[in-house]
Design a protein around this ligand. Structure first.
Ligand SMILES: *[C@@H]1O[C@H](CO)[C@@H](O)[C@H](O)[C@H]1NC(C)=O
Length: 395
C-alpha cells in the first residue's frame, strides 16, 4: 500500500497546484479587466469635470457681464428719476404759486336771489343777536405745512387735543362708530405707541356715529343719533355724562356729501363751540350754528351759500366757516367756500386755498385755535396741517 501512496500523492499535489495556478491566472485576468474599466471610467469623469468647470467659468463670466450692464442701466434710470423728481416738484411749486394767484371761484351755482335773501336774513339776524366774543380778525391765508404723524386704526376717525388748550393729552376717536375713545398723555406717546398700548381707554356713556365730535374745556362733545339726536357732554378723563340736550335743529342732513356718516360736525375756534350741519329746509347748503358750550343751547344759526355737494369737511376760524371740497375719487382737498358770520369777509374775497401735496380724502379736520393747526384724519393717517393767517381787515 505505501509505495502506491507515495506515487499517487505527488501526482495529486501537482494536479491540485495546477488547478490553483489556473484559477489564480483567471482571477488576475479578471481583476486586470475591472481595473482597466475603472480607469477608463475615471478618465471619462475627469474629462467631464474639466468640461463642466470650463462651462461654469464661462457662465460666470457671462453673468458678471450682465450684472455690469444692469448696474449701468440702473444708474441711468436713477438719473432719469432724479430729473423727473425735480421736474415734478417744480411743477408743484408752480401750481402752488398759481393757486395763490388765482381768484376764488364762486362756490355755488344757486339762484342768486335765494342766496341774497339768505344773506340779508343772516345779516339782519347777526345785527340783532350775534355779538362776537373775541376781537379775532384772522382769516386763513394758506395751508402751509403738512406732517403725517402716524397710521392708526380705521380709515375714518377723529383725533386732536382739548381744543381750549392746544396742548397736553391727545384724544383718539377711531372709526365712524364706537363708544370708546383713547387718551394718550402726549403727542409723543401717541406716535410711539404700538397700537393703543400707551393709551387709556375711556368708555363714553353713548355711541358716536360719524366724525362730528370734539374735545373742549375738559369735555368731549358728541352727537348721539336716534329719533331725536342728542348732544352729549362727557367729562374727561372720567367719562361721566355731564349734560345732554335734544337739539332744536330738526330734520338734519349730513352737511358733507363726501363724508355722509357725519350728521353734525362740531368745531372749536377762538370764539367757542360751533355746529356745522344741514337740514331738509335747505338741502343743498351747509348751515352753521353757534353753540353755548356750558348749556348746550344753540345761540344763533346761519344759512350759508356753501354747497353740501362734494364737501368732505369744514372748520371755523375766527367766526368764519371754511368748507373743504374734494372729489369722489379723492384728489387734492381745497377750501372753496367761505362764510364769515361777522361779514368782514365776503365769500368771493376769500382765496381758493389748496391743501399741500397730498392726494386723498379727509374724514375729519379739527382746528386747534391756540396752535393754528388742523388735526386731520385722512384714510387711516393722522396728519397735522399748519395754517398761516392774515388779517381780514387787509383785504
Ligand atoms: C379701529 O376701529 C376699527 C373698526 O372701526 C377696528 O377694526 C380696529 O381694530 C380699531 N383699531 C384700534 C387700534 O383700535
Amino acid at each position: 500500500m505505501r509505495p502506491v501512496l507515495l506515487l499517487v500523492l505527488p501526482v495529486l499535489l501537482l494536479v491540485l497546484l495546477g488547478l490553483v495556478g489556473g484559477q489564480q491566472q483567471a482571477l488576475m485576468d479578471y481583476l486586470e479587466r475591472r481595473l482597466q474599466a475603472i480607469e477608463e471610467r475615471i478618465s471619462l469623469w475627469h474629462e467631464q469635470t474639466t468640461r463642466y468647470a470650463s462651462e461654469l467659468r464661462e457662465a460666470k463670466q457671462a453673468l458678471v457681464l450682465q450684472l455690469e450692464g444692469l448696474e449701468k442701466s440702473k444708474e441711468v434710470q436713477r438719473g432719469e428719476l432724479d430729473g423727473l423728481g425735480t421736474r415734478v416738484s417744480r411743477v408743484e411749486r408752480e401750481m402752488d404759486f398759481l393757486e395763490t394767484q388765482k381768484e376764488a371761484q364762486p362756490c355755488v351755482d344757486v339762484d342768486e336771489k335765494l342766496v341774497e335773501q339768505q344773506v340779508t336774513v343772516a345779516k339782519e339776524k347777526t345785527k340783532l343777536k350775534y355779538a362776537k366774543l373775541s376781537g379775532c380778525k384772522d382769516m386763513l391765508e394758506s395751508v402751509k405745512g403738512m406732517k403725517i404723524l402716524k397710521r392708526f386704526g380705521d380709515s375714518e376717525g377723529v383725533w386732536g387735543r382739548d381744543m381750549s388748550l392746544g396742548a397736553g393729552r391727545v384724544y383718539i376717536f377711531n372709526g365712524s362708530s364706537d363708544d370708546t375713545l383713547y387718551q394718550f398723555p402726549s403727542l409723543r406717546d401717541f406716535t410711539s405707541s404700538s397700537g393703543t398700548t400707551l393709551g387709556t381707554p375711556i368708555r363714553l356713556p353713548g355711541q358716536w356715529r360719524g366724525m362730528g365730535h370734539v374735545v373742549y374745556r375738559s369735555h368731549a362733545y358728541l352727537l348721539e343719533e336716534g329719533a331725536e339726536p342728542r348732544l352729549l357732554k362727557v367729562s374727561l378723563p372720567g367719562g361721566a355724562l355731564a349734560d345732554s340736550s335734544v337739539l332744536p335743529l330738526v330734520e338734519l342732513l349730513p352737511p358733507y356729501t363726501l363724508t355722509p356718516d357725519t350728521l353734525l360736525d362740531l368745531a372749536v375756534d377762538e370764539e367757542g363751540l360751533w355746529a356745522i350741519y344741514a337740514t331738509r329746509t335747505d338741502p343743498r347748503h351747509v348751515a352753521l350754528a353757534k353753540m353755548d358750550a356750558d348749556t348746550l343751547a344753540v345761540s344763533h344759526t346761519w344759512s350759508t351759500p356753501c354747497a353740501r355737494e362734494n364737501a368732505e369737511a369744514a372748520f371755523v376760524v375766527c367766526g368764519t366757516l371754511y368748507v373743504v371740497y374734494n372729489t369722489r375719487l379723492p384728489g387734492r382737498s381745497r377750501v372753496q367756500c367761505v362764510y364769515d358770520v361777522g361779514e368782514l369777509l365776503a365769500a368771493d374775497e376769500a382765496p381758493l386755498t389748496y391743501f399741500p401735496r397730498r392726494q386723498g380724502a379727509h374724514s375729519s379736520l379739527k382746528y386747534s385755535p391756540h396752535e393754528k393747526l388742523l388735526y386731520a384724519w385722512g384714510q387711516g393717517y393722522q396728519i397735522l396741517y399748519k395754517l398761516t393767517m392774515r388779517s381780514k381787515l387787509d383785504i
